[in-house]
Design a protein around this ligand. Structure first.
Ligand code: GLU
Length: 551
């Protein structure tokens, strides 16, 4: 209660200071994982560009300064809100498995899943990159500035150099074997083989040249020709080779999908449909929680944290059973979100006791068969929530012409069968691996945009995004406080509490309710923007290097 009052008082104080200083709330805003990327986005908005124009400029700079997290060698999902029509467009730029992929490719000769490193650091894990084709499509639909101009800030940063950001420096010293990849060694290590330190200036001229080609010729320059040929050569020539072929690259297509929207109290929450599991899980958890009225609780108290963990548990049990690429598996999305089904599943929840590990439900309509996030609003009220990834830090650790190839195919289930039944998320040629990325837009019941948000961090993205929504919508916290909320995560196992936060004080209380508790560090990676009055407030996760700036 005390924290809530304090935060509310701070928010009022801030509003008063702003009013006295004559500062209106910003009319346009960019929140992303690095200040140079945010500046590139703002530059596009100042020049009359749209949220999509800004998003492309932001992505290109992120690929230079946050190369371990996202880039043109990866994939992503982008939600676009049209400020005039209030329509939401959903772009799926998820990587696909090459035509040569097989359901058993992540198993060793004894039929056991490959270890983490052999699976990730390999040609096997590389999916056909999707982010560039997706951005080109979104630009055709909603861009105003010329495609080539969107690359100028990133080309300048890659060519002229930048100070190594703290997070990049941390990853460089943390990941064993990185320097074995010649491209990575040249750019991110010094002549003695030591990783570059935070603040040291580095450049990536090869990436500048790659981006110049794409700026001049469009995404075609990436999916065909010499860049494509080099990607294929590197994946096939790896000590653990993959099957990526020129035809896989030439055939890649981004997909436009319907947003997955559902009611929560007085809002409509819109998220990413399959192949992401994020939208379904977030709407399930909110639906399960609604009758418990956790908005009456103070942030971080035992009851609400317990209930959030329990609802997440139920959502993850269903996720693991049902959610995969809808082109290959019939996902019972409507059933999983139907009020009757959620009411049935809610019976397993008790405020007094954890249910422990839980199995999936049987939703109606089910037939038995088988990261960096950016949030942007422009002056017209268009908005973008865009999560972009190469999967593990530094992806497959294969660098082609200055950019890193993803290891997204490790998001598939390594084993094709469980309990004698095919696993929904098994590898199949051309299939998109299940994701947790959860770009999210919140609307009021009149269709006006209330917030845009999302996060990085694998399956924890779902809990991150969910808790930030709860912080903003139920506890009425400013977006910065909602993003900073200490994390509770439950993926249908132990309840994780974020180390070094007051939440760890709930460990005994949660154990008393039957939870197995784990205290662990949390990477985070949220960015969010929320309407305040007639403008916007924004924030980026204090756990990373990002910022939000408006004008
Ligand atoms: N590959 C993950 C997914 O799509 C995201 C990885 C991350 O955020 O670190 O679910």
């Amino acid at each position: 209660m005390r924290l809530r009052r304090l935060l509310a008082a701070l928010a009022v104080l801030l509003a008063v200071c702003r009013a006295q200083a004559g500062l209106a709330a910003p009319q346009a805003m960019v929140a992303a994982a690095h200040p140079l990327a945010v500046e590139a986005g703002l530059e596009m908005l100042r020049r009359g560009g749209t949220a999509v124009d800004a998003a492309i400029a932001v992505q290109m700079v992120l690929g230079v300064v946050e190369p371990h997290a996202s880039g043109i060698g990866g994939g992503g999902f982008l939600l676009h809100y049209d400020g005039t029509t209030h329509a939401i467009a959903v772009y799926d730029g998820r990587e696909t498995a090459p035509a040569g992929a097989t359901p058993t490719m992540f198993l060793d000769s004894n039929g056991k899943p490959l270890g983490f490193r052999p699976a990730v650091v390999s040609g096997i894990s590389v999916g056909v990159p999707g982010v560039l084709a997706m951005l080109e499509l979104a630009h055709k639909d909603y861009g105003k500035l010329a495609w080539r101009d969107l690359f100028a800030p990133a080309i300048a940063v890659a060519r002229d150099g930048f100070a190594v950001p703290p997070r990049l420096a941390a990853w460089l010293s943390r990941i064993p074997g990185l320097r074995e990849e010649p491209g990575i060694r040249t750019v991110y290590f010094n002549a003695d083989g030591l990783p570059r330190k935070a603040g040291e200036r580095i450049a990536n001229p090869e990436l500048a040249e790659t981006m110049r080609l794409i700026a001049d010729q469009g995404a075609r320059a990436f999916y065909q020709g010499p860049i494509a040929a080099e990607m294929v050569e590197r994946v096939r020539g790896h000590v653990r080779p993959g099957t990526l072929a020129l035809a896989d690259l030439a055939d890649y297509r981004p997909i436009k999908r319907e947003a997955l929207c559902g009611p929560y109290r007085v809002w409509v929450v819109c998220g990413m449909p399959p192949p992401s599991s994020g939208g379904i899980a977030i709407l399930q958890v909110l639906g399960l929680l609604e009758p418990f009225e956790i908005w009456r609780d103070t942030p971080n108290d035992l009851r609400s944290i317990h209930l959030i963990a329990e609802a997440s548990r139920l959502a993850f049990a269903d996720r693991d059973r049902y959610v995969a690429d809808p082109a290959f598996v019939q996902v019972p999305t409507a059933g999983l979100l139907s009020p009757a089904y959620l009411a049935e599943r809610r019976k397993l929840m008790s405020p007094d006791r954890s249910m422990g590990k839980v199995g999936p439900g049987v939703p109606p309509g089910y037939v038995e068969r088988g990261t960096s996030h950016m949030s942007i609003v422009d002056r017209w009220g268009n908005a973008v929530a865009f999560t972009t990834t190469i999967e593990a830090p530094f992806g497959a650790q294969i660098m082609v012409r200055g950019f890193l190839l993803n290891n997204e195919l490790t998001d598939f289930s390594p084993t094709p069968e469980a309990d004698g039944k095919p696993v929904a998320n098994r590898v199949e040629p051309g299939k998109r691996p299940r994701s947790s990325m959860s770009p999210t837009l919140v609307l009021d019941r009149d269709g006006r945009l209330v917030a845009a948000l999302g996060s990085a961090g694998g399956a924890r993205i779902i809990g991150d995004t969910l808790q930030t929504l709860i912080g903003m919508l139920d506890w009425d916290l400013p977006v910065s406080a909602a993003i900073a909320l200490p994390r509770v995560i439950n993926a249908n196992g132990a309840t994780e509490l974020e180390a070094g936060t007051p939440l760890t004080g709930l460990a005994d209380g949660l154990r008393g309710l039957g939870h197995q508790v784990q205290v662990r560090g949390h990477e985070g990676g949220l960015t969010g923007i929320r309407r305040v009055g007639d403008g916007w407030e924004g924030s980026a996760d204090p756990r990373r290097d990002g910022v939000a700036r408006g004008e």
